[in-house]
Ligand binder design. Structure first.
Ligand code: GLN
Length: 477
């Protein structure tokens, strides 16, 4: 079996036509996952036993001549930020390094109901805070294209899992770019959805007004398939609205004649790597040749996005992480100390990594009585301005296309000692989280050093179908 060339649909067909059994399929991916994990550190936990058990169920169904669903028996990776019942779910932190959840996240439950074969739980920056997985308690994930480079983050494990053929699709989360950026670095499609499109229930919260969940896959078409299973309202997450979920597979067969594409000039400016800029411009030309109209537009508020994000995100993060008091949740400290305060100090001191501590301090600072108005409140006002600017631009154009990240993957260790440099990598991805907009990373080139380049297709809320359609057309040209 040539697992490199399999897609969700071709694997499904292979199972139906009995070219291979689900156990054979699962074994092939588990073998590959074991090998690549040694080289790249993709998975925190590989769930071989569970995967094989599920594969047997699928094989029995096929043997009985029962219908199987498109995702049934298809190998998948799940970000370790998501609760999986009975399976270690660490959120990449020492604090939760022994946490075995008693229930499944809604997305996990949905995929299990569709017969997913989970290969394992993928590595991430601690509590999804970072852009390189170097902040993981379990060590960094390496880039499948060149192991000296980072896979990106925070969902670096999920991106590398797909890029190295250890599963056919995976789930990640995107709060400030954590799906799109590693997708771009690893050269795979990855979708950040509209805020609320996919339930966050059972997924460890990072910054609740920005967090989204979404898929990585080997093709845009496969992303559309996964979306059909995981999008929609959930009674356990009140931020999932009752907006109709289209059949995304049907949405991706439209032509793009007359489509209006905006190129935001602030996303193509001096700070952008030349090769990245060139690749994205060429990709836009390709779409133009299919009948799309391209115009340059301006989003002057872009320059404030990083500042807004690095105030709002830590504010929400510090509140969310307050629950890890090592009484209800979290690792017990080695030394209880004399007082309750000592106990908190010791457990949070031991359980959280440096980057998390930095963000908790920033978050508490911007929310503190004396500085709330100057930082948090002001950031919220600017957030509204950014939202309004996007609303206006989408009166003029249908979608925006821009580089996903200002540059290709960077080397391991390159930015680790300079948090500000690490934060600047997020400059082009955080605006969509601030505004709650969907954006799809589509690979669009390779640099002279052999590193992938990605473009992002950005649209108004709930335009995932349109973005997938454009991505699919581009991919197939
Ligand atoms: N790199 C960003 C950060 O460090 C994004 C994280 C995310 O989207 N989870 O906050």
């Amino acid at each position: 079996m040539d697992i490199k060339n399999l897609s969700i649909e071709s694997a499904h067909k292979g199972l139906l036509e009995k070219r291979f059994s689900c156990i054979e399929l699962t074994d092939a991916f588990l073998n590959k996952a074991g090998k690549e994990n040694e080289r790249l550190n993709i998975y925190v936990t590989i769930t071989g036993e569970e995967a094989k058990e599920q594969a047997k169920i699928v094989d029995n169904k096929i043997a009985r001549g029962e219908r199987i669903d498109l995702l049934e028996g298809i190998p998948c990776g799940i970000k370790d930020l998501m609760n999986t019942k009975g399976v270690l779910s660490t959120s990449g932190s020492k604090m939760l390094s022994n946490f075995v959840p008693p229930y499944d996240a809604t997305v996990v439950k949905k995929l299990k109901n569709s017969g997913m074969v989970m290969i394992g739980k993928t590595n991430l920056d601690e509590f999804a805070c970072g852009g390189s997985t170097e902040h993981s308690y379990f060590g960094p994930t390496r880039n499948p294209h060149n192991p000296d480079y980072t896979a990106g983050g925070s969902s670096g494990g999920s991106a590398a899992a797909v890029a190295s053929d250890t599963c056919l699709y995976s789930l990640g989360t995107d709060t400030g770019g954590s799906i799109r950026q590693p997708a771009s670095f690893c050269g795979v499609p990855g979708l950040k959805v509209t805020y609320g499109r996919i339930s966050r229930s059972g997924v460890t919260a990072m910054a609740s007004s920005l967090d989204t969940i979404g898929p990585f896959a080997k093709s845009v078409r496969d992303i559309a398939i996964v979306m059909n299973y995981i999008a929609g309202k959930d009674v356990n997450d009140s931020t999932t609205p009752n907006v109709v979920v289209p059949n995304y597979l049907q949405e991706i067969n439209q032509n793009i004649k007359g489509l209006k594409i905006g190129m935001p000039k602030e996303y193509f400016n001096n700070g952008i790597d030349k090769e990245v800029k060139k690749s994205v411009e060429v990709a836009i030309k390709v779409l133009e040749s299919q009948g799309a109209f391209v115009e340059q537009v301006s989003l002057p508020m872009t320059k404030y996005a990083i500042a807004v994000y690095y105030i709002v995100m830590p504010a929400e993060l510090s509140a969310n992480l307050a629950r890890y008091d090592s009484i209800r949740f979290g690792l017990k400290p080695e030394d209880n100390g004399e007082s309750l305060e000592d106990y908190y100090f010791n457990s949070r001191g031991e359980g959280f990594g440096e980057e998390i501590k930095r963000r908790i301090m920033i978050g508490n600072y911007v929310l503190s009585a004396g500085y709330y108005g100057a930082y948090y409140k002001k950031a919220q006002r600017v957030r509204t301005k950014i939202i309004e600017e996007f609303n206006e631009i989408f009166q003029k154009v249908d979608v925006l296309i821009a580089p996903t990240v200002p540059g290709p993957a960077f080397k391991l260790g390159e930015k680790l000692d300079d948090p500000l440099q690490m934060y600047l990598v997020d400059a082009l991805t955080v605006p969509m989280n601030i505004a709650g907009l969907p954006a799809l990373n589509v690979p669009c080139g390779i640099t002279s050093k052999g590193l992938p380049v990605g473009m992002q297709i950005i649209g108004p809320q709930f335009s995932e179908g349109k973005l997938l359609n454009i991505g699919n057309i581009y991919e197939n040209l």
